[in-house]
Design a protein around this ligand. Structure first.
Ligand code: PRP
Ligand code: URA
Length: 213
């Protein structure tokens, strides 16, 4: 894949280890769900190391008073793309319990792979927050592109997109369509198959999270 300034591929050994278990067809629904959360927390830690919104706060220790930089309250919004993005929300909430959550519902047309939007509910004031849009799978990139477009139409200016597994064609598509959005992917897989599934991938993330197949 071509180099893009707005794409970060983690390839961290700890995350790679967890993704290997996630891919395994024998991994249970419970373990799958827990791993998605854990990987998301590790990704968020890395993804926000540069520009997490902070503010100064006066803290009194047992010895004196000092000024400390803390994460700004209520400055982050999480926006999962339904359904599978829901599996990533708790992984961010453990770090930012006060983060508001918006939901964007999309499903892929099975023939064309084009995303069909069916729901959008975003928190008041989202335009002024750092928005973490999340979906574990970035395949053709259609869902991510449309979700980011919807966020921009709502006035969001500071958007990051996090995905656990990306296909090169999908990552390129989102990177080119939204050069102002930083895209974080844990691992880049080989390609898509004729049904639009990522290879080697992990199958259908929504089905594995929610046990629908
Ligand atoms: C999956 C996945 C992404 C999308 C990725 O959702 O969770 O949203 O496919 O594919 P794309 O990059 O080609 O758009 P799906 O459409 O299967 O819906 P679901 O989460 O409701 O199962
Ligand atoms: N959506 C999934 O859940 N898995 C894929 O491999 C591609 C899209």
């Amino acid at each position: 894949m071509k180099h893009y300034d707005n794409v970060v591929i983690f390839d961290h050994p700890l995350i790679r280890h967890k993704i290997a278990i996630l891919r395994d067809v024998n991994t249970s629904m419970k373990e799958f769900r827990e791993l998605v959360e854990e990987i998301t927390t590790l990704m968020t830690y890395e993804c926000l190391k540069e520009d997490v919104p902070t503010e100064e706060k006066v803290v009194t220790t047992p010895l004196e008073t000092c000024t400390q930089r803390v994460v700004k309250d209520n400055a982050i919004a999480i926006v999962p793309i339904l359904r599978a993005g829901l599996g990533m929300v708790n992984g961010i909430h453990v770090l930012f319990p006060s983060a508001r959550v918006g939901h964007i519902g999309m499903y892929r047309d099975e023939e064309t792979f084009e995303p069909q939007s069916y729901y959008c509910k975003l928190p008041d004031g989202i335009e002024d927050k750092l928005v973490l849009a999340v979906d574990p799978m970035l395949a053709t990139g259609g869902s991510a592109c449309d979700a980011i477009k919807a966020l921009k139409e709502r006035g969001c200016k500071h958007i990051k997109f996090m995905s656990i597994i990306g296909a090169p064609e999908g990552v390129s598509r989102v990177a080119e369509a939204h050069p102002d959005v930083k895209i974080y992917v844990s691992t880049l897989d080989r390609c898509l198959n004729e049904k639009g599934y990522i290879l080697p991938g992990l199958g259908d993330a929504g089905d594995r999270l929610f046990g629908t197949k």
